[in-house]
Design a protein around this ligand. Sequence first.
Ligand code: NAP
Length: 320
Amino acid sequence: MPEQRKIIAVVGATGAQGSGLVRAILADPKGGFKVRALTRNPESDKGKELKAMGAEVVAADLDDQKSLERAFAGAYGAFCLTNYWEHFSPEKELAQAANLAEAAKAAGVKHLIWSTLEDTRRWVPLEDTRMPTLRGTCKVPHFDAKGEADDVFRRSGVPTTPLLTAFYWDNFIHFGAGPQRGADGKLALVFPLDDKKLPAIAAEDIGKAALAIFKRGREFIGRTVGIAGGHETGAELAAGLTRALGQEVVYTNVSPEVYRGFGFPGADDLGNMFQFKRDFNDYYCGARDLAFSRSLVPDMLTYDQWLEKYKDQIPIPVPA
Ligand SMILES: NC(=O)c1ccc[n+]([C@@H]2O[C@H](COP(=O)([O-])OP(=O)(O)OC[C@H]3O[C@@H](n4cnc5c(N)ncnc54)[C@H](OP(=O)(O)O)[C@@H]3O)[C@@H](O)[C@H]2O)c1
């Protein structure tokens, strides 16, 4: 029988979001899609692993529009992201998004999912002094260019679903956002959230949600979709860690100013990000509705389920 399955090209296939989509497509061979994984280096260990799992793996670079065009050729769908943390440049992120949009247009992609976040300048204009302007042009640099790029995709005419993602609980493992040991020796989660809720998700579920969106055909084209697996306060996140790790983890609230001053790369950006989530919490949570998210992915992990699955991977700083 001739192959009927449509190709989904996955940018960032070796990373947290994209690998979840690759796995979701491979786990659903009767779902109507097959997967083409994009990476700069198909011969890397991760590239080879994707191939061994059954994905087509092709070379493409976000900085090279022609390489994206070749990688999108013949694809029905494309899952697109940029990785701000690789270069810390909103300008580069915007240029990479433009390359994605142009390449998808040239290749005739029928449905593109753009992994995005808010352009926070719509809520906090640059002249607003509640938080500092960073890099000269942004309030939350790793958000703003993504949100600005929503328009780049819209203007390109490529049928697009902007997908508002959320904080990964996996940041407790990979991003240095897990429990820290305070001067008093206690384990603490340190965020500037006050008593507000943090919409968050298991990174792997972003890919599952993307597959669900592709499967719903035209329903979400031109509509922004937001997802989260849970809305927990800092205190609830710490209480979950306490239960899962069997050691007390407290929530320590700090001001955004203090957080911005922590000095690690991106601390100012993340301080502004938490302030945005705190100060516009009703909007931010509402844009990532839990019932809607679960309607896309019925088995989306809750925070407790994520903890149960991954608690052994969370690094615990040893006492001084
Ligand atoms: N951490 C969070 O809580 C969170 C939440 C929401 C959104 N985000 C956003 O997620 C984005 C990163 O996604 P992720 O976490 O899935 O990535 P990740 O796990 O850090 O991996 C980065 C991926 O991007 C690909 N990539 C980077 N530069 C590329 C280039 N020039 N050409 C082609 N591919 C390139 C890499 O592919 P190769 O190396 O194989 O080429 C890799 O697959 C960031 O922009 C971040 O702002 C993060």
